[in-house]
Design a protein around this ligand. Structure first.
Ligand SMILES: *Cc1c(COP(=O)(O)O)cnc(C)c1O
Length: 427
């Protein structure tokens, strides 16, 4: 594969950006080789600056559920841009997108738009602390909730990919207020509540873990989190930045029928532009400034381009038949890859919930970070490179989710499975 232009650009980029990138996992450190520079995206495809075409399963790390440059989304952004790119004052677009989100997620009685998932989780935790007047929070080993100080503790995603411990620069005091439990292990949660009675403000959880690769919740786990938090007077925060509009139109909370107190969103709701949101019970949300004392603000929050892209994006997935199609295609991919692995004799554990999936090169059932981290990263690296050579762009890490779009049709998936079989044979 010719990647001369990417090589040249990466050389330049390394002089300008730390590691040559503006977000760590993009650097391909876990899989070897170097990142490809992208010229454009169209539907299910990415085109790099050397003219190579790839079927894309990263989809900007989740947002692009209708594929790259969907004409409806592009048109919405164009129309909005003609009317100005930011007002710093309310616009009707904010209400329209919020109402659209609330239709899918009726648990959100009120919400606040921000500009990224990181901002959403950071703000939701501040709110949980303000509401409960407690300082400590519980997160799960291997779950990622953005890069705010108190959340960079055993954080999955890039932190896990790069084998970093806890990030330097996070004050010890801040990290100490973050307690870590094991995903899918309610006993580890109960133990923390016992050790820190009346001090825990909230549990924040990816209801389907995606940032250690896709690890579904075991039956009863989320229900028990709901029961425990209620009993202990702590809030339950579902971080649905990834799972929102990915595992079910109503998110994991609809799929598993759990009512969290607060929900954080991002990715899909911005249609590929920078948007985040946090919301939940009215009584709690009313603590947010200016209706309440908990301060949180944003110069570009509710930005009209981002709102317009989000409105268009959600309108494209409103129809139930779209979800039936997505489910059918996702199942085709899941079973196809698992079958290819079996045929070639490579041990894998294939996980999937809705349009999120991971192929773990492991014989151990993925259940939490401890069972996931033993996956064969060397083998994954080889698989990744072979897939790339065969025209399939996967997340450059074993510990990330893959994503489907509505434009990954039967032919595209079949081509992917073909490539997977070839790649498995070579690793
Ligand atoms: C991506 C992600 C975030 C962070 O969102 P950014 O927009 O990258 O800041 C937070 N939580 C989860 C579950 C995510 O997947």
């Amino acid at each position: 594969m010719n990647i001369q232009n990417s090589i040249q650009l990466f050389r330049q980029a390394q002089n300008i950006f730390p590691g040559g990138v503006n977000s760590p996992v993009r650097a391909f450190r876990a899989v070897g080789g170097q990142p490809l520079f992208i010229e454009r995206g169209a539907g299910p495809y990415l085109y790099d600056v050397d003219g190579n075409r790839f079927i894309d399963y990263v989809l900007s790390w989740g947002p692009l559920i209708s594929g790259h440059a969907h004409p409806k989304v592009v048109e919405a952004i164009q129309q909005a841009a003609f009317k100005g790119t930011s007002y710093g004052a309310p616009s009707p677009l904010e209400i329209e997108l919020a109402q659209s989100i609330m239709e899918f997620m009726p648990n959100l009685e009120m919400l606040r738009f921000v500009n990224s998932g990181t901002e959403a989780t950071m703000s939701a935790l501040r709110l949980a602390r303000a509401y409960t007047k407690r300082d400590k929070i519980i997160k799960f080993d291997g779950c990622y909730h953005g890069h705010a100080d108190m959340l960079l503790v055993q954080a999955g995603s890039g932190v896990a990919t790069l084998g970093l411990p806890d990030s330097p620069g996070v004050p010890a005091q801040t990290a100490a207020a973050t307690l870590v439990a094991n995903f899918n292990d309610i006993e580890s949660v109960e133990a923390l509540f016992k050790q820190h009675p009346d001090q825990i403000a909230a549990i924040i959880v990816e209801p389907v873990a995606g940032n250690m690769g896709v690890v579904p919740p075991v039956r009863g786990f989320l229900e028990k989190l709901r029961v425990v938090t209620k009993r202990e007077g702590a809030l339950l925060i579902f971080d649905e930045v990834m799972t929102g509009f990915r595992v079910h139109p109503g998110g994991a909370q609809a799929l598993y029928n759990i009512k969290p107190d607060l929900t954080t969103l991002g990715k899909v709701i911005g249609g590929g532009l920078p948007v985040g949101a946090y919301g939940g019970k009215r009584e709690i949300m009313q603590l947010v400034a200016p209706s309440g004392p908990m301060y949180q603000a944003g110069t570009l929050s509710g930005n009209p381009l981002a709102m317009s892209a989000g409105i268009a994006a959600l309108s494209l997935i409103r129809d139930e038949t779209v979800w039936e199609q997505l489910e059918a295609r996702a199942r085709q991919l899941e079973t196809g890859i698992a079958f290819a692995a079996q045929k070639v004799g490579v041990p894998v554990r294939q996980t999937r919930v809705g349009t999120m999936f991971t192929t773990f090169f492991s014989e151990t059932e993925p259940r939490d970070w401890n069972s996931v981290k033993i996956a064969d990263k060397v083998r994954f690296g080889k698989f990744f490179q072979k897939m790339l050579e065969n025209g399939v762009y996967l997340a450059p890490s074993q510990f990330e989710a893959g994503f489907l779009s509505t434009l990954h049709d039967e032919t595209v998936i079949a081509a992917t499975i073909d490539a997977a079989e070839k790649a498995m044979m070579a690793c």
